[in-house]
Ligand binder design. Structure first.
Ligand code: PLP
Length: 388
C-alpha cells in the first residue's frame, strides 16, 4: 500500500543548478559567494518604520485581493511621475514579488500548446513557468554582438502561429545588459503587429550605470504588455515579498482569479509600507545610495576581471551582475569552470548554462556583496587563474 501520493507534474520543474553549487559550497569552509542575486543591503529605515507603524495601526487583516487601493494608487502615481505613463488602479495587481506576477502571467495568457518566446540566456523561472503552463518554449539567443539585446529580426523569425507571448527582462539578469529605445520600440511594434503579449520583467529598473536609461515596455505597447515589477531589488526588500503586475484590465481580472486562491492578498502592513517606499523622499535617497555603491563595485570587479587571464567580462550597464566569458582555450564547460573555481579559489560563481544553452562558456558573477569580500574574491580568482 502506498503511503504517500505525489503528483507527477511536479517533476517537470527542474531543480535549480544554482542550488546544487550552493549546496556543495555550504559544506566547504571560507567560501565567498558571488552567486547570490540578492541585495546585501538592509531595507531603508523609513520603510521598516512604516511597516511597524502599520502593524500598530491595525493593518493585520485581509485586504482586497488586488491589493490596498491606496497602494495601487501610489504605484500608478509612481509610473506617472517617473515615466509619464498613465495607468489606472484597475490595471494593477499587488503580488508576492515579481515571481508571482510572472507565474500569473504565464497561467493567464497561455493555453496548453501555445508557444512562448524566452530569450537565452534568461532568468531561471520563465522556463519553469512555461512548463507548468504546458506551453511550447522557443528560445531566441541573446548575442554579445547586439550587447545581449534582443535582435528584432530574430524575434520575428521565431514567431509561430501559436506564439502568444514573449518574455523580456531589462536591465537583464544574468548579463547586466540594458535596453535602448529603438529596440524597445521595435519589440513593441512586433508585439502589436503579431498580436502577442510581452511579459516584461523589470525589477532592476533603478540599477543603471554610465547614464543608461530604462524604457518601461508599458509605455510603448500598453495594450500588449504585462509588466512584472518588484520592491525586492529596488528597496532591498527581498524577504518582504512585495511586487506587482501592470497589465490590460481584462488580463488583471484573470490574474486576480488565480491570485485570490494561491496568495489571497499580499501581507497588509507590508502593502502600507510599500506606499511609504514609493512616496517618501528618503526611500529614494536610499535607492540612489545603493545604486552608487553597486556602481563602485561594478567598476572594481570589471577592473580586476579585465586584468585576469582566462576570463573576459561583458561590460554591464544595469542590474548587479557581470556576465563573463571563459577562455575557450581552457576547454572547460561553464559547470566545470564554476566547480574548478570553487575548489581552487573558494569562490562561487554561477555557470552560464543555468540560464540556458547559450550560457555555455560563460559565468555570472554577482556584485551584490560587500566591497572587502569582493576584493578578496577577486584576489583569489586572480591567483587561481594565473596558475592555469
Ligand atoms: N525577475 C528577475 C529577473 C530576478 O532576477 C528576480 C530575482 O532574482 C525575480 C524576478 C524575482 O524577484 P522577486 O523577489 O520580486 O520575486
Amino acid at each position: 500500500k502506498r503511503k504517500y501520493f505525489l503528483a507527477g507534474r511536479i517533476n517537470i520543474i527542474q531543480r535549480s543548478k544554482i542550488r546544487e553549487l550552493f549546496e556543495k559550497a555550504s559544506k566547504m569552509e571560507n567560501v565567498i559567494s558571488l552567486g547570490i542575486g540578492e541585495p546585501d543591503f538592509d531595507t531603508p529605515d523609513v520603510i521598516k518604520d512604516a511597516a511597524k507603524r502599520a502593524l500598530d495601526e491595525g493593518y493585520t487583516h485581509y485586504t482586497p485581493n488586488a491589493g490596498i487601493p491606496e497602494f495601487r494608487e501610489a504605484i500608478a502615481e509612481y509610473y506617472k511621475d517617473f515615466y509619464k505613463v498613465d495607468v489606472e488602479v484597475d490595471n494593477i495587481l499587488v503580488t508576492a514579488g515579481a515571481y508571482e506576477a510572472t507565474y500569473l502571467a504565464f497561467q493567464s495568457i497561455l493555453e496548453q500548446g501555445d508557444d512562448v518566446i524566452i530569450p537565452d540566456p534568461a532568468f531561471v523561472c520563465y522556463v519553469e513557468d512555461a512548463k507548468i503552463a504546458e506551453a511550447g518554449i522557443i528560445r531566441i539567443p541573446l548575442r554579445e554582438e547586439y550587447k545581449f539585446r534582443i535582435n528584432p529580426d530574430e524575434l520575428v523569425e521565431a514567431i509561430t502561429k501559436r506564439t502568444r507571448m514573449i518574455v523580456i527582462n531589462y536591465p537583464n539578469n544574468p548579463t547586466g545588459a540594458v535596453m535602448n529605445k529603438s529596440t524597445v520600440k521595435a519589440i513593441a511594434d512586433i508585439a502589436q503587429d503579431y498580436n502577442i503579449y510581452i511579459l516584461s520583467d523589470e525589477p532592476y529598473e533603478h540599477f543603471l550605470y554610465e547614464g543608461a536609461k530604462h524604457y518601461p515596455m508599458i509605455k510603448y505597447a500598453p495594450d500588449n504588455t504585462i509588466l512584472a515589477n518588484s520592491f525586492s531589488k529596488t528597496f532591498a526588500m527581498t524577504g518582504w515579498r512585495l511586487g506587482f503586475a501592470i497589465a490590460p484590465k481584462q488580463v488583471i481580472r484573470d490574474m486576480i482569479k488565480l491570485h485570490a486562491y494561491v496568495v489571497g492578498n499580499v501581507t497588509s502592513f507590508i502593502q502600507i509600507a510599500g506606499i511609504t517606499a514609493l512616496r517618501d523622499k528618503r526611500s529614494w535617497e536610499a535607492v540612489e545610495t545603493m545604486r552608487r555603491v553597486y556602481d563602485e563595485r561594478r567598476k572594481l570587479v570589471l577592473k580586476y576581471l579585465n586584468e585576469m587571464p582566462h576570463i573576459q567580462p561583458f561590460k554591464p550597464k544595469g542590474a548587479f551582475y557581470i556576465w563573463a566569458k571563459i577562455d575557450p582555450e581552457l576547454d572547460m564547460s561553464s559547470e566545470d569552470f564554476a566547480n574548478w573555481l570553487l575548489d581552487n579559489a573558494r569562490v562561487v560563481v554561477i555557470p552560464g548554462t543555468a540560464f540556458g544553452k547559450q550560457g555555455e562558456g560563460w559565468v555570472r558573477i554577482s556584485y551584490a556583496t560587500e566591497k572587502e569580500k569582493l576584493i578578496e574574491a577577486m584576489e583569489r580568482m586572480k591567483e587561481a587563474l594565473s596558475k592555469l
